[in-house]
Design a protein around this ligand. Structure first.
Ligand code: PEP
Ligand code: MN
Length: 274
């Protein structure tokens, strides 16, 4: 059955992650490395992104990699690093949960659960995330229809958690020049047809550091409520997704250009409100 959203032109219902509002008039920047790799790497990245204006820190602890020989994330060894960096910076933290059994381990550590592209259809995980009130960043499956993505969001809500934010991270098409095809249509579509805030992920959508800034700006112009971007102090030695990670200089440049695009749209960057 084709799923049609119930109503046209809904107002976005903002979701709060600590003192950060997602889906209000201000634009939210989430940034950090693909993976937490060490205390110096994570702390340095956090300092850079905070200073440049990011309000939510990202960093994978458990990684779902296509190749079983690729780095799988630090796992539980990342917990103490994350605690220390959060305490030092005061930033909110979003990280991918890969298994429903991790919910209790993540509680108190993450301020927002990320459901990765590979798990958009993991209904056991979605039901489990319905049992908590912590916000969920629900990435679109790389072969997921918009209608399937919205129904995955409805799973989380139906099981009790209304705090869902969507994330467009690119889809698989016939095009191979870029890692994925960034579906800007999807951003405008969900803004028009649903009340979910939507975040763009130009890092995974393009798979190329040089394309991240133009697509971040395009996402802002298309009406996204924010972006999530991968940043690494030295992308050449990153343990995952180095090819799409911005250097600190590239990230600062993105933020400067983003502020100009947002100003043209009568918007600004989201700040932390206590
Ligand atoms: C990630 O955010 O590092 C990630 C693995 O993303 P996705 O699930 O979109 O591939
Ligand atoms: Mn990544």
């Amino acid at each position: 059955m084709r799923y049609l959203p119930p109503k046209m032109s809904q107002d976005t219902k903002p979701i709060r992650v600590g003192g950060v509002e997602i889906g209000g008039s201000a634009f939210v920047v989430m940034a950090g490395p693909c993976s937490v790799e060490s205390l110096p790497q994570f702390a340095q990245t956090a300092d850079v992104v905070k200073k440049a204006g990011a309000v939510i820190l990202r960093g994978g602890m458990f990684k779902l990699r296509t190749n079983p020989d690729s780095f799988q994330g630090m796992g539980q060894d990342a917990f103490s690093i994350v605690r220390e960096v959060k305490a030092r910076t005061g930033l909110q933290f979003v990280s991918e949960i890969t298994d429903p059994r991790q919910v209790s381990d993540f509680t108190g550590l993450v301020d927002m659960f990320q459901v990765g592209s590979r798990n958009m259809h993991n209904y056991a995980l979605l039901k489990e995330l319905g049992q908590v009130q912590t916000p969920v960043l629900l990435k679109r499956g790389f072969s997921g229809l918009i209608s399937e993505w919205l129904q995955s969001a409805e799973y989380i809500i139906k099981y009790g958690n209304p705090n869902v934010v969507l994330c467009e991270r690119g889809i698989r098409t016939f095009e191979t020049a870029t890692r994925n095809t960034f579906d800007l249509n999807a951003i405008a579509y969900v803004k028009e047809h649903t009340s979910f805030p939507v975040i763009a992920d130009p890092s995974h959508a393009t798979g190329a550091a040089s394309l991240v800034t133009p697509m971040a700006l395009a996402a802002a112009a298309a009406g996204a409520d924010g972006i999530i971007v991968e940043v690494h102090p030295d992308p050449t030695i990153a343990l995952s997704d180095g090819f799409q990670a911005l250097t600190p200089d590239m990230f600062r440049n993105l933020m400067a250009r983003l502020e100009r695009v947002l100003a043209a749209l009568d918007r600004g960057l989201a700040k932390v409100n206590s």
